[in-house]
Write a protein that binds this ligand. Structure first.
Ligand SMILES: [Zn+2]
Ligand SMILES: [Zn+2]
Length: 262
């Protein structure tokens, strides 16, 4: 049996629909061995309703710690999904250093001032090749920042189905090489199936590239409600195996361990 983890869960500490407690029974029934909360931490963009702010981090971490002490049937990990903004590495670091995180997920939702995943209008009339290049470039900067253990939904710009006119494979190759170089894992994010694209992130055609380049992988649901914990995991693990992976990345206190399948 595969040792399954789900390290990308949003509770109502950010934009999830339920308290952390309510995700535990879903994780157990989905056969998950480790559940990790990863609330949004989006700094530098004012008060956002979907994100925690810096002062919320400590009470959140205390809450998850108490939950871990109460729930012995499953391993509970504490993480954050942190928006990466170029040039803000120092501020992000000072916000998370000294905390008891098990893992930090780095995300790119914004290009400049605009989120790429809020509405399709962002893409209308724009050069999609250029947007893909910008997005992948910023994800590489996030990996290079050394702030993160896992990079989230690395091709989120696919969300509304806009496609570059040329084959994006070289972009994925460059991305995978940078993940290896900067020693970060990536996730197969199954929540893309619930979004307009109706597909996992990243594009499954390119998973073998990540394997060839030796990038560690996690499978995450990015669940915002308990019923979606571990959603589509059988399919996702199947894809990961078919891409040639034989082990998964597991995190504890920001150390990575590799756990073989079976
Ligand atoms: Zn995200
Ligand atoms: Zn998320």
């Amino acid at each position: 049996m595969i040792y399954k983890t789900d390290y990308h869960i949003h509770s109502w500490f950010s934009d999830g629909k339920a308290p952390p407690e309510e995700y535990i029974p879903s994780a157990v029934s989905a056969g998950i061995s480790e559940i990790g909360f990863a609330e949004h931490l989006t700094l530098f963009r004012g008060m956002l309703e979907w994100s925690m702010d810096a002062p919320d981090v400590e009470p959140y971490m205390r809450h998850i710690k108490a939950l871990r002490e109460k729930e012995k049937g499953i391993k509970i990990k504490t993480g954050l999904e942190i928006d990466y903004f170029p040039g803000k590495e120092g501020e992000i670091l000072s916000c998370i250093s000294g905390t008891d995180l098990d893992f930090a997920i780095g995300s790119v939702h914004y290009l400049g001032d605009n989120p790429v995943d809020l509405a399709p209008g962002y893409y209308e009339g724009k050069d999609i090749n250029h947007i893909f290049e910008l997005y992948f470039g910023q994800v590489i900067e996030a990996a290079a920042s050394g702030l993160f253990d896992i990079i989230a939904h690395c091709d989120l710009v696919r969300i509304y189905g806009y496609k570059p006119s040329s084959d994006p494979e070289p972009l994925y190759r460059k991305l995978a090489r940078s993940f290896k170089k900067y020693d970060v894992a990536f996730e197969v994010n199954t929540n893309g199936r619930n979004r307009p694209i109706g597909d996992f992130y990243p594009d499954g055609r390119f998973l073998p590239i990540f394997r060839e380049e030796g990038v560690p992988v996690c499978v995450n649901s990015d669940a915002h409600m308990p019923s979606r914990v571990g959603q589509y995991f059988d399919e996702a693990y199947d894809l990961v195996r078919k891409a040639g992976y034989t082990e998964m990345a597991v995190f504890d206190k920001r150390q990575r361990f590799m756990v073989p399948f079976d």
